[in-house]
Design a protein. Sequence first.
Length: 318
Amino acid sequence: MIDKVHNFNKTLITGGTGYIGSKLINFYIKNNHKFVVLTTSIDIKEKNYFYIKDLNNIPLEAFEGVDRVVHLAGISNDTNKTDYETKKKYTDANVKYVENVLNLSIKKQIRSFIFISSTKADDSNFKNFSDKKNLLSIYASTKSEAEKIIKNISKNEPIRVHILRPSIVYGPNAKGNLSLFVSLLKKGLKLKFYFLKNQKSLVHVDDVIRAINFLSINGLDGETYNLSGNNYELNQISEIISKIYKKRFITIRIPKFILDFVSLISFSKKGFFYRLKRDEIHSSEKIKKLGFNFSKSLYNIDQSDFSKHDHPLSKLKN
C-alpha cells in the first residue's frame, strides 16, 4: 500500500474543509507534502488557503508551483427537490466549478487532475425504470454530468485525469445516513430490520485517501474507478458496531409495513427509503487490478491514520 507522496511537488485541493478533504490535508502534512486549498465555505487567513466567493473567478496564483489537482468540492447531500434554484445550486457547485478548475489546470499545464465523484453516478447499477426514477437524484446526475465534461475536455490535452467513485464513506465523525445509524448505536439503540437482506458497499475514509494518492501515480489516463471496500447487510453493520462499543442495547425491531408506510407518506425521503431496501453493491476490481489493496474494515470505524494535524482547520475539524 502506498502511504507516501511520490512524483509530485505540490497539490491543489478543492473542498479541503470537507470530511475527505481535511483527512487528505492531514495525509499531506504527515508526508511533508506542499499543498494549497481552494475553499468556498471558510475564509481562512493563511497563505496557502484561497477563499473563493465567485466560482467563475478563481485566482490563478493558487496554481503556482502546482503539478496535481484533487477536486473534492461540491454539494454532497442528496435531495428530491427539482425546482430551478436547487438545480442551479447543484449544477454550479458540482458541474461548473469542476469545469472551471479543470480548464485552469490545463491552462497552467498541471500534470494530474483527480475528480472525486460517487458510485451514485454509476447508472450501470440501474436495473429498471423504477431504479432510475428513484436513484438518479440531482446529486447523482450532476456528478455524472461532471464526469462526462471532464473526459470530453481532457481527451485531447496532455493533462492526465482520473475519476474516483467512492461508495458510502465511513470513519471517525463521518456524516451522512450511516452516521445517524451509528449515533443511535452509541446511545444504546439497536435497530433491527429482519426483512432486509440487501447489501451496501462501504469504504473507510483512509482507503479513499490512499486511493487518491495511488491513482495519481498508477491510474490509467481518462479512466473511472469505483472504490468499495466490503459489502454489508444493514443488520451486519449493526452487529459489528455493537461489538465495538461493548455495551447493553435496547433492540428495536422495525416491521416491514412500518418502513413501507413511512416511505409512502414521506416524499422528501422517498429516494432514501428506496435505496434502503435495495442492494447498492459496486465492484473495485478495476483499481485492485492496478495493485490497490484496502487497509481498513468496519471494525476501524472510529480509527483513522490521518486524524491528528496542525493545519488551520484543527479547531474546527477532526
